[in-house]
Design a protein. Sequence first.
Length: 314
Amino acid sequence: MSEVFLNVLPIFILILTGWLVVRFGYLGPAVGEALGDFVFRVAVPVLLFRTIAEADFREGSPWPLWLAYFSGVAVAWTIGHLAATLGFGRDPRMGVLAGVSSAFANTVFIGLPLVSRVVGEEGVVALSILLSVHLPVMMIAGTVFMERAERKTSGKPGQGLARLLAGVGRNLVRNPLVIGLAFGALFHLVGQPLGGPAKIVIDQLAGIAAPAALVSIGMALDRYGLAGNTGLATVTSALKLVVLPGAVFAACHLLGLSESWTAALVLTSSVPTGVNAWLIANHFNVGHGLASSTITLTTALGVVSVSAWAYLLM
């Protein structure tokens, strides 16, 4: 267990480092925002491009992988929604946000570095396959469910499913992660290996993606904190750190996924809640405290829960 813990600990030390340099005023929050933009717009897209361009897809069809992960998401999301609406008496909008907070993992900023360190290249390939659909599926689901919940709560007519999906689609087409994955897939189909100066530059940019992503998420944490709804946030945090990876683990075994793909999916599902939960709360102006508290709690407790899952998998 100690070896696994020491393998996971550096991930959270880097997050803590980012939080400390902002918390004590050594660097301003604007620096963290700029670093996060660089990671999201440049470093991680390049990493995803390289991974897909050079990947070996002999593991087989991606459908079992997607089914295993999103079946776990469905379980955690549903329980989170019911806990908020039935257990805590919140309105349907808070139910949707509780579901998102329980099931939306920080796959890019924490998941990628963690899987790369613990599982290796085969795990990164599996995670890249997941990322090709993860953001579209989660953002579309969150937006559509929140739109329906708003109509139910306010009684006002919605903007229409077609228009809603078109807006989400436009945002996804411009998303740097989607672009990196798409260009990597095209390069993989061409079959031309990366080489020369371009390979060196791509490797160097991809190499800084993981540490820079972890420091930037730590710098962003100072913005969130425990902002209320701590009772419900404790439930959503438990769902995120325990129930979601447990459901994904069970689904992976039922579907017969390989050990490396299973480890990649379970570890990814075990990481803290992603900032997308707060972005959805901010967009619909509901549940900021719940999203912030869940992000903070899952990040604070993540070093223990992630280490436990890594120990079970290794």
